[in-house]
Each structure stands twice: as structure tokens, then as C-alpha cells.
Design a protein around this ligand. Structure first.
Ligand code: DGY
Length: 319
């Protein structure tokens, strides 16, 4: 009998889908598993359904053993999975692309609006009970209309953020290693990273975390940005050098930031917490009832296919 480990409780139809394909070994509690619990859970299973917070490396693959045929990550990102280690053992890896594009784009755009119009700062002021009164210059932000939205990585999520930007009257530029198939529809201009950073009013990051993109945005890149610009990150925290970002926000090298992801989650650089010009939310880009169900169901469809010896719907290309 096929055994499928599931490292967190899944919403929607996913549990029923998995149960049809094998015996489920479920995480004991509702919270995140300790490393020891995770290694014990995967021991001897055929397929593991994993979360982005589970590190899938040689240690985990050793703990799982030779029966393991697939790792089905419930996330579009798979930087938590050592692809070479999986490939070396003939273990398939899958992710959940597409189904979270709109939810993540919505959140990125919420951060853009919050940062440009100082929503976090305003909310904190009201709740503090400190006195305030309307005046011409009080808590002014920046228009979106007429500004340039620079997208780093014009894939599924980046293109949806760009579409929202167009609806708000923004001009779209993007940076990517190759031409994006979405560019023509969005009337988006492809720029090198330096030009994009120097000319954009809002820069939104939508690149996967790889050795090449780790600290893609650091001191040098932040210095290129406009002093009024906003940096938004809903991809992975380590794409940005968080210490450099704190310095840039503090010293006025850039205007504001909207962050859903952090370099050392769940820890946050203490400097960020002290900054009024940073809007911070706890990795909730895909966190809607509908999207989380769709992600879980796609991961389950991948796991079921692997369990049955079929080609999974959304495999990650292995090195
Ligand atoms: C992903 O799927 O990679 C997202 O970060 C989840 O929110």
C-alpha cells in the first residue's frame, strides 16, 4: 500500500483526494512540525506532501529512505527543496504554480497601495491615541497614476501585478532574463536591472530565490533607486539584503517598502520594526481560503499521480 506523508493539515478536497491514492500519515498537530517530528513523519513513505517551511535535503531524504518517489511542495516556490539531492535519488519534485497568482498579486498590490499612501503609519497613529489634525501637508503619500511600476520577473504573478498597475494608470517596465510572453499585452518595456531600479516609482519583486537571485537587491541596487521609490517583496525574503534595506529606508535612500517575506522567517530584522516607512505582513501572499484550497488540491493531484506511477501535472524540472 502506498503511504503519503502530509506535513500539515490541508484544506479543501485535498485530504479526500490523497486518501483515495494511499494511506495518509498526517502531521500530529495543527502547528509547524519540529525537525525531529518531520524526519519521523516521512520515514518509509512513498510520497511526501511538504510545506515551504519544511527543508527537504539529504537528511530528510535519508530519513524517508529508498521508497520515496515524490516530494510535492504546497507552494509555487521550491527553494526549500534540494533539487540536486532529489534528482540524485530519482525523487520527483512538484510545486503549485498558477493557482496562487491572483491572490499573491492582490497582496502585492495591497502593499503597494499601503506603502504609497502610508496606511500602516496612519493606522498606527490613530490607534496610538496621539493627537492629529488634517492639514495640507499631513501624511501625504504619492499617486500611482502616472508613475512607473517596475516588475522584476514578469511571470504569472508579476504579470498580474502589472495588470493591476495598468488599471491604476501606471506605466509598466520589467526586468527578466528573457522576453516575457506577457509583455506585449501589458505594453511593458524590458529594461536591465539598473535602469529599472533608477526609473521606477514602485519596484515589485517576483523572482524565485536561487543562488543567482540571493541578495539581488542590496546596498548598490538600493542606492540606484529614487529617494521617493517603494520596494515591494512578495517573493522570498533573501532576494533582498534585509540589513541593506533597513539602512536605505532609515537613511532616505528609498521612500518606503512593503514586505510580505523576510530573510530569516519568522524572525524579522529589528531595524525594520522601528521604521514607520515599512509596511510588514507575515508571508500571507497566498493566504486566502480559496487559494489555499486550490494549492492543496494541486499538490494532492501531483501526489496522487506519483503514487499511481503517472506523470504529475506540475513537475519542477530537475537538474
Ligand atoms: C509560495 O507558494 O511560494 C508562496 O510563497 C506561498 O505563499
Amino acid at each position: 500500500m502506498t503511504t503519503i506523508a502530509v506535513t500539515a493539515a490541508l484544506p479543501g478536497r485535498a485530504p479526500a483526494m490523497l486518501a483515495e491514492a494511499g494511506a495518509i500519515r498526517a502531521a500530529p498537530g495543527a502547528g509547524r512540525l519540529s525537525r525531529e517530528e518531520l524526519l519521523a513523519l516521512v520515514e518509509g513513505v512513498d510520497v511526501a506532501v511538504t510545506m515551504l517551511s519544511d527543508r527537504v535535503d539529504d537528511e530528510l531524504l535519508d530519513a524517508a529512505g529508498p521508497a520515496l518517489r515524490g516530494v510535492c511542495n504546497v507552494a509555487v516556490g521550491f527553494d526549500n527543496v534540494d533539487l540536486a539531492a532529489c534528482a540524485g535519488r530519482g525523487v520527483l519534485v512538484t510545486n503549485t504554480p498558477g493557482v496562487l497568482d491572483d491572490a499573491t498579486a492582490d497582496l502585492a498590490f495591497a502593499l503597494i497601495l499601503a506603502a504609497r499612501r502610508r496606511l500602516g503609519e496612519g493606522e498606527r497613529l490613530i490607534r496610538s491615541g496621539r493627537p492629529w489634525e488634517w492639514s495640507m501637508g499631513f501624511m501625504v503619500g504619492h499617486d500611482l497614476r502616472g508613475g512607473r511600476l517596475g516588475i522584476v520577473g514578469l511571470g504569472g504573478i508579476g504579470a498580474r501585478v502589472a495588470a493591476r498597475g495598468r488599471a491604476f494608470g501606471m506605466e509598466i517596465a520589467y526586468h527578466g532574463r528573457r522576453e516575457s510572453p506577457h509583455a506585449a499585452d501589458l505594453d511593458a518595456t524590458r529594461l536591465d536591472l539598473e535602469d529599472l531600479l533608477a526609473t521606477s516609482d514602485v519596484v515589485s519583486l517576483h523572482t524565485p530565490l536561487t543562488p543567482e537571485t540571493r541578495h539581488l537587491i542590496g546596498t548598490r541596487e538600493l542606492a540606484l533607486m529614487k529617494p521617493t521609490a517603494t520596494l515591494v517583496n512578495t517573493s522570498r525574503g533573501a532576494v533582498v539584503d534585509e540589513a541593506a534595506l533597513v539602512a536605505a529606508l532609515r537613511d532616505g535612500e528609498i521612500g518606503t517598502a512593503g514586505l510580505d517575506v523576510f530573510e530569516h522567517e519568522p524572525d524579522i530584522h529589528p531595524g525594520l520594526l522601528a521604521l514607520e516607512n515599512a509596511v510588514l505582513v507575515p508571508h500571507i501572499g497566498s493566504a486566502t481560503v480559496e487559494t489555499r484550497a486550490a494549492m492543496a488540491e494541486l499538490a494532492a493531484a501531483n501526489a496522487v499521480a506519483i503514487a499511481r506511477g503517472e506523470t504529475p501535472p506540475t513537475p519542477v524540472p530537475l537538474p
